[in-house]
Design a protein around this ligand. Structure first.
Ligand code: ATP
Length: 626
């Protein structure tokens, strides 16, 4: 488990306690931005529900005193008329009934608006979280700290802003009630007010402490929670269940899932028990003060200092006042807890994003093609990816190459030699740690991201199998033509997917995958054809990159695919990564990469003549086919 965050220990407990409320204003702003009418409605209902209970208590006093005096006059009268005696009291009873009805109306109004706001706000915060996810760089995504933050934000923070606002309003409502009760109580004695406050304070302090502890626990344990989510995914998703079953992993993974729960539950239980036992003990203090005040009021009444009506009122005011006070204090500590959770949401939302510096849509030397100049690269070593931090060992060393339009380049090398990393640099998913990459004579960093993306069509080996319709699976290749059926068909013809798609029951409208009704699963090779066709959706792309595009295809399909690829990329720059020499051999330039270094370069014939690594690997593979 990682240590507690530094900020919680660096400042005084009091200032960190109040500092944490800085998110309340933002939560209010968020709700205001979601629906100002409902927020105003909440405020109105809160006000009504806050003031009316004290008014009801006051009317209650008038009723009791009215009854007592009506009884006296009724008994003393020589010609008693019941109707005359009871009319004033009945009027008061009627008024109290109306007040109670209004309180009920205000409370219903509160709960209706809260539940509508909860839905709207949950959606809004989730959209904010997902929008931010879209702005993060790939390296930020691969940072486990940030991923933890994202997981925590998604799990909790969508309900927290409303909880915070509800508590703020609840606090306001209780504060209004308390103020009005206070006005009544002070007439009895200012000491009574003091007793009320002193009784509730200890519970509040313990609540605040324990909610802070609960948050720290929530924060430290997010890696374990994430592991649990991951195990749930592996155990209950169709794309992994096949392997889980064949390897008999259910028991192993379930045990790990249970163990994590047992560990987390032990911590939860400890905290809950401590929280509730302290809450009970300190709550007793409050009860004691209440009964002391009760006795005091009774004594004063018996001594004749208070009327019966006043006694009833003070007892009610005491009881409700104490409830309102402890509710206010619990709301404050709850707000503290909500603020802590919201701090996590805003920490995530305020993650700096790598600025878009480039604006170029055309290079300084159009037609110059692609150049790598002494490019080296190391993956970031974890921690905050945008700040100075340790780098891992270099994955690419001093890479230089030049690829002109109309040329094809093949990258060959062992697993882990750095081929895919080179493509990630070329597509600016990462920036070189040394050297530079030029497109048409201008540094990639100076290019506008949009222009760059439009010029590149890339299919990575771990392409995504979207649980969408076939056509949409192609359409994602060019969002401008996402629903363009003609473009789907033309791309599918290039990628050789057209034939099997038209044989499907609903053609291009067939749902793929198993997540949704009538979804149809494809074979590995068919999926690859879909991915390949996706790359062909980018009609304007003049840099085409295929990272092991045909590994799952049969030999005939592969040969056909490359014939078409060569045709399609005749005046473009084509980059190909493949472990199959039959695919690689026709490239204009072949680079052999070993542990991040280019160790050989040339055409197929030149490399064979060199009789180096390439020649050896080629002969090895050729021997396998004999
Ligand atoms: N996101 C990452 N963070 C840190 N290291 C990485 C990351 N991706 C890859 N690596 C490391 O970089 C090295 C090169 O990986 P790369 O994926 O570029 O290899 P490759 O040549 O494409 O391999 P393969 O033929 O297996 O696809 C490997 O040692 C790998 O462990």
């Amino acid at each position: 488990m990682s240590p507690p965050p530094a900020e919680s220990t660096s400042s005084s407990p009091l200032s960190s306690f109040f500092g944490v409320f800085r998110y309340s204003r933002r939560a209010l702003g968020l709700v205001w931005g979601t629906s100002r009418w409902m927020m105003l409605g909440l405020a109105l209902c809160t006000l009504v529900a806050g003031v009316l209970p004290a008014v009801a208590a006051w009317v209650g006093q008038l009723i009791v005193d009215g009854v007592v005096s009506a009884m006296e006059t009724h008994q003393a009268a020589t010609d008693p008329n019941l109707l005359v005696s009871i009319t004033p009291v009945l009027k008061l009873v009627g008024i109290e009934a109306v007040i109670i009805a209004f309180i009920a109306l205000a409370q219903r109004g509160l709960s209706a608006q809260q539940s509508l706001l909860r839905a709207l706000l949950g959606q809004k915060v989730n959209v904010m979280i997902l929008e931010k996810a879209g702005q993060l760089s790939l390296s930020q995504f691969e940072d486990s700290e940030l991923y933890d933050q994202l997981t925590r934000a998604r799990r909790e923070a969508s309900t927290r802003p409303l909880a915070l606002v509800n508590k703020t309003f609840g606090l306001l409502q209780n504060a209004i009630s308390l103020g009005s009760f206070g006005v009544l109580l002070v007439q009895f004695s200012p000491w009574a007010l003091l007793i009320l406050v002193a009784g509730a304070l200890p519970v509040f302090i313990s609540e605040a402490k324990f909610s802070g502890d609960a948050f720290k626990l929530f924060r430290w344990r997010s890696p374990q929670t994430r592991m649990q989510i991951y195990l749930e995914t592996v155990l209950a998703r169709e794309d992994s269940i096949k392997e889980v079953k064949l390897f008999g992993l259910e028991g192993l993974f379930l045990k790990r899932y249970r163990d994590i729960f047992t560990q987390l539950f032990a911590e939860d239980r400890r905290l809950t028990l401590r929280r509730e036992s302290w809450g009970f003990l300190l709550g007793l203090l409050g009860t004691l003060t209440f009964y002391a005040a009760y006795a005091w009021v009774v004594i004063e009444t018996i001594a004749g200092a208070l009327t019966l009506g006043q006694m009833t009122m003070y007892l009610m005011v005491f009881k409700q006042g104490q409830a309102a006070l402890s509710a206010s204090l619990t709301a404050i500590s709850g707000m503290y807890e909500d603020n802590l959770y919201l701090s996590n949401l805003y920490e995530y939302l305020e993650q700096p994003v790598e600025g878009e510096n480039g604006t170029l849509t055309q290079g300084a030397l159009p037609g110059d093609g692609l150049r790598f100049e002494h490019v080296s690269f190391s993956y970031p070593g974890g921690g905050d990816v945008l700040q100075d931090q340790a780098l891992q060992d270099p994955v690419l060393h001093d890479i230089s190459l030049h690829l002109c339009p109309g040329q094809s380049l093949a990258l060959v090398g062992e697993n882990g030699s750095g081929k895919t990393t080179l493509i990630k640099l070329l597509t600016r998913l990462y920036q070189p740690t040394q050297g530079r990459i030029l497109l048409d004579g201008s540094d990639l960093r100076d290019w506008s991201t949009q222009a760059l993306r439009e010029r590149t069509g890339v299919i990575f080996q771990d392409f995504v199998r979207y649980q969408l319709q076939v056509g949409e699976n192609l359409g994602v290749g060019d969002t401008h033509a996402f629903n363009d059926q003609e473009r789907w068909q033309s791309a599918a013809r290039h990628g050789m997917a057209d034939e099997f798609i038209t044989r499907m029951a609903s053609g291009y409208k067939t749902q793929l995958g198993r997540w949704f009704k009538n979804g149809q699963e494809l074979s590995g090779g068919q999926w690859q054809k879909i991915a390949l066709s996706r790359a062909y959706m980018r009609e304007n792309a003049d840099i085409l990159v295929l990272d092991e595009p045909t590994a799952a295809m049969d030999a005939a399909a592969e040969a056909e695919i490359f014939a078409r690829f060569r045709e399609h990329s005749r005046d473009k720059m084509a980059i190909l990564i493949s472990h199959r020499f039959s695919t690689v051999r026709s490239a204009d330039l072949i680079l052999v990469i070993d542990q991040g270094h280019i160790i050989e370069r040339g055409t197929h014939e030149e490399l064979l003549a060199e009789n180096g690594r390439y020649a050896k690997l080629f002969q090895l593979q050729a021997a396998g086919y004999k």
